[in-house]
Design a protein around this ligand. Structure first.
Ligand code: PA5
Length: 342
C-alpha cells in the first residue's frame, strides 16, 4: 500500500488524522486557555491521569529531571495519591473526558487532603465538581480522542506550572516547539508521499512485526506514549526499552527466533553511541531488521515534540496499513463500562 491520502481517509473513517494534522494549532490554542492561578510555593507536584491524559505527566517528569529548583514531580496512574500528599502538594488532575474513575478518585482525595488542586478536562464530572467547589479548572478544547488531544493536555499543564512559578519550558521554547511541529507536519503529513515521509516509512518497518523500541532515559515519556498509541491507534502490542538500563538486561534477549521482531532505535545522547551501535549489531546478527530515528532539534522540549509528533503519525499510518480504524478503542470502552456497572 502506498499510504496515500485516500488510503488514510478510507480506513480512518472517523477522521482521527484531522486532529493530528492540527496539533500545532491545538498547542497554540492550549497556550491561550484561561486558568485563574497565582504563583505559590509547593513542596511536591503530583500529576494524575490515565492513558492519553496520563502520558503528558511522564513527559513533564522527564523535563523536570534536569531542571533546578523544581519540586519533585510524581505521576499517578491509578486511584491513590502518594502518602506524602498534603496541603503543600500541587495536584494536577487530568482526564480528557472528565469521567475516568481512577483520576476522579485521586482528585477527590486531593480535595480532602487540602492539596492545591487544578482540574483539566474537556467537561464531564471533573469540570462539574471543580465548578461546585470553586477549584481552578482548565477546559480542554475539542478532539476526537483523549490521545489526539495531547497538545491541549501537555501545553496547558506546562502553562499551569509556569503560572504557579515552576517554569519547565519557557514561553519562547513553547512557541519554538510549535514551529518545530509545523516543520514535522510538512514532511510527515498525510499528503506527503511514502518516498519522503519518514512516519510512513516507520509504519512500513513495523508492519507485520512486533515493535521493540529503544531510546535514552530522557525520552522515556515519549517512548511510552508511542507504545500507548501503537496499542490504541494501530491495535498492536509493543515493547519499550530505555538506555542505558536496557544494556544490562534486554540486550541479552537478542537471539534468532521465530518471532518477527522489529527494532526501532530513537537515537540521541552521544554518550550512548557505543551502546546503540552494539545493540544494532546484535539485532542484525539475530536476523532482525531495525530502523533508526533521530531529531536535529537541540533544545530539549522541541526535540521531544518533534520525535513525539513523528512517531504519533507513524501509529496512524500503521493502523491504515493494518486496515484498522485508529479512532475507536472498543476494548477500553468495554472495560470502562464494566467497571461502571460494579
Ligand atoms: O486515549 C485514550 O482514549 C485513552 O487512553 C484515555 O485517555 C484513557 O482511557 C483515560 O480517559 P480520559 O483521558 O478521558 O481520562
Amino acid at each position: 500500500m502506498r499510504l496515500t491520502k485516500d488510503d488514510v481517509e478510507r480506513v480512518d473513517k472517523e477522521g482521527l488524522y484531522r486532529d493530528y494534522e492540527a496539533w500545532p494549532e491545538l498547542a497554540e490554542q492550549a497556550l491561550k486557555l484561561k486558568v485563574d492561578l497565582k504563583e505559590r510555593k509547593v513542596y511536591n507536584i503530583v500529576y494524575c491521569g490515565m492513558g492519553g491524559s496520563g502520558c503528558a505527566g511522564d513527559i513533564i517528569q522527564d523535563l523536570a529531571f534536569s531542571k533546578p529548583n523544581i519540586p519533585p514531580i510524581y505521576v499517578v496512574k491509578g486511584y491513590n495519591l502518594p502518602t506524602f500528599a498534603d496541603s503543600s502538594t500541587l495536584v494536577l488532575a487530568v482526564s480528557y473526558s472528565g469521567e475516568t474513575e481512577e483520576t476522579l478518585t485521586a482528585f477527590k482525595e486531593a480535595l480532602k487532603l487540602n492539596c492545591t488542586t487544578v482540574g483539566l478536562s474537556s467537561g464531564g464530572r471533573l469540570e462539574k465538581i471543580c465548578a461546585e467547589k470553586n477549584i481552578p479548572h482548565v477546559k480542554l478544547g475539542k478532539a476526537l480522542t483523549p490521545r489526539s488531544a495531547l497538545p491541549y493536555i501537555l501545553y496547558s499543564s506546562l502553562n499551569i506550572l509556569n503560572k504557579i512559578g515552576y517554569e519547565l519550558v519557557s514561553q519562547e521554547e513553547l512557541n519554538g516547539s510549535i514551529a518545530v511541529m509545523q516543520k514535522v507536519r510538512k514532511t510527515t503529513g498525510i499528503s506527503n508521499d511514502l518516498e519522503t515521509n519518514e512516519a510512513k516509512q516507520i509504519a512500513e518497518h513495523l508492519y507485520n512485526g512486533y515493535p521493540i523500541i529503544y531510546g535514552a532515559q530522557h525520552l522515556k515519556g515519549v517512548l511510552i506514549r508511542f507504545k500507548n498509541s501503537l496499542n490504541e491507534n494501530a491495535k498492536i502490542h509493543a515493547l519499550v526499552e530505555v538506555l542505558p538500563e536496557a544494556c544490562h538486561n534486554s540486550i541479552e534477549a537478542w537471539h534468532p527466533s521465530n518471532l518477527d521482531l522489529r527494532a526501532l532505535f530513537v537515537l540521541g545522547e552521544r554518550r550512548l553511541k557505543k551502546r546503540f551501535d552494539t545493540l544494532m549489531e546484535l539485532v542484525e546478527r539475530s536476523g532482525f531488521k531495525y530502523r533508526t530515528v533521530y531529531t536535529e532539534e537541540t533544545e530539549l522540549f522541541s526535540s521531544l515534540m518533534s520525535i513525539l509528533y513523528l512517531l504519533e503519525y507513524a501509529t496512524l499510518y500503521l493502523a491504515v496499513l493494518r486496515g484498522v480504524p485508529p479512532a475507536p478503542t472498543p476494548n477500553i470502552t468495554l472495560l470502562k463500562k464494566r467497571v461502571e456497572e460494579n
